[in-house]
Design a protein. Structure first.
Length: 437
């Protein structure tokens, strides 16, 4: 058994015992009353899931195992002192709850490099059977499902094993799956946008650096960007659609491929991971309709007001939980101002940031007028030459695997039951309100 798995057992054992004790002693303790409005608005704010990997605070933003993004940029191992954290380090942190050493990170990098080379040929046959104009997320998700033939969890479950051992083949399957996602994403990218001129992986590179390399970007600048992108999109608490869908399907003891595929179906929605593409379409449409490449703050303000007057939304602004500027937006803006301060798209994003929160606040109906991660992520990628908007959500999906799949390992460690909330019809709710009156 490798030292990562051995350490995971040591970390998990007291937590599993604490959870079992909590459940046996306090299972009937009332945590939170639920209002009708919360039920009918998607259970927003209702505590009904247990997720260890990250926590989203409305005022503080995302914290991974208690650490903010600025703290992660200081604490997690890097290739160079002025570089960005390696996503392998964040994977370790979310899995263990402790900051890794550089040796831990190197071990995971090496493991993923070896495991990545085990993708069966039929996975690429499945991708190639789809039309090139099929959205990259369709191709990405089809490949994920095709890889499920290699599921170690499914094979172990079929031959029979105790529930307390489920975490082990789940861990192995997660390590396999995460290692292979950059190859799949880059293959789709080169297939659709670069005439099928594919680039082999470089075993000497880290996980995110290899993704940039296989996409065709070998500068250290793009590798640095890809490391940042992979870290900040990795997780966002358990209740967002991609994380919840992964957990929900996983609760049926589905293997990591089935579970992650469900999460990616959710990520592909315009209200979730597809929003980064909507932002780019809105920015380009604004430039076309105004008739200039670099609109002024006043022009952006008028166009934003016109967008709202038409009953449309300004993509990239607002969030179901956050009530402040998304720290993931802030860190990307800081990155851009440090390395590409004169990039035209970044300058437009800054001007949008100057005027749109006031425009939204003036309407009096928006709880959060501040930008989220999608308001700048596409512009940052585009400024580095990655202009193919449909691939943005695939990159988001590669990153999101780090959080939702480490939590899936913990779901099996904890022995969580199948998720099965209760539902009622409209008449029942009307009746309950009448009783309360």
């Amino acid at each position: 058994m490798d030292h990562i798995k051995q350490r995971l057992i040591e970390v998990a054992k007291p937590k599993i015992e604490a959870l079992h004790a909590l459940n046996s002693t306090h299972a009937n303790h009332v945590i939170q009353e639920v209002t009708l409005g919360q039920v009918l608005s998607g259970m927003k704010g209702v505590v009904s899931l247990m997720t260890d990997t990250s926590k989203l605070d409305p005022e503080e933003g995302i914290r991974f195992r208690g650490y903010s993004i600025p703290q992660l940029r200081d604490l997690l191992p890097k290739n160079t002192t002025d570089g960005e954290p390696l996503p392998e380090g964040l994977f370790y942190l979310m899995l263990m709850g402790e900051v890794p050493t550089k040796e831990d990170v190197n071990f995971i990098s090496q493991q993923w490099s070896v495991r990545a080379q085990g993708i069966p040929s039929h996975v690429f046959d499945v991708i190639n059977a789809l039309p090139k104009n099929a959205h990259p997320m369709i191709q990405f998700n089809s490949a994920i499902l095709a890889m499920s033939t290699e599921s170690q969890f499914r094979k172990a479950h079929l031959i029979g094993m105790g529930k307390d051992k489920y975490w082990d083949p789940m861990y192995e399957g997660v390590m396999d799956l995460v290692s292979r996602l950059p190859i799949i994403a880059a293959y789709i990218y080169r297939r659709v946008f670069h005439n099928e001129k594919h680039i082999d992986m470089d075993p000497s590179l880290d996980w995110a650096g290899n993704l940039a390399h296989m996409m065709g970007y070998d500068s250290e600048e793009v590798r640095r960007l890809m490391r940042l992108y992979m870290v900040i999109h990795a997780d966002h608490e358990g209740g967002n659609v991609s994380a919840h869908a992964t957990h929900l399907v996983g609760s049926a003891l589905s293997n990591p491929y089935y579970s992650f595929s469900a999460g990616m179906n959710g990520l592909a929605g315009p209200l979730h991971g597809m929003a980064n593409q909507d932002v780019m379409h809105w920015l380009n449409k604004m430039k076309r309709e105004i008739g200039v490449e670099n609109p002024s703050a006043e022009q952006i303000k008028r166009y934003s007001q016109e967008t709202l007057a038409k009953g449309q939304v300004i993509p990239g602004y607002g969030h179901a939980v956050l009530r402040k500027t998304d720290p993931r937006f802030t860190v990307q803006l800081e990155f851009a101002k440090k390395y590409i301060p004169n990039a035209p798209l970044i300058q437009i994003v800054e001007r949008v940031y100057e005027v749109v929160p006031d425009v939204l606040s003036a309407g009096g109906k928006v709880k959060n007028p501040w930008p989220n991660v999608d308001a700048i992520s596409g512009s940052l990628l585009s400024s580095y030459g990655i202009n193919e908007y449909p691939i943005y959500t695939v990159l988001f999906g590669v990153s999101r695997s780090l959080g939702v799949l480490t939590q899936l390992i913990w779901d099996r460690l904890y022995g969580f039951s199948i998720e099965r909330p209760k539902s009622q019809n409209l008449d029942w709710f009307i009746e309950q309100v009448g009783k309360n009156k």
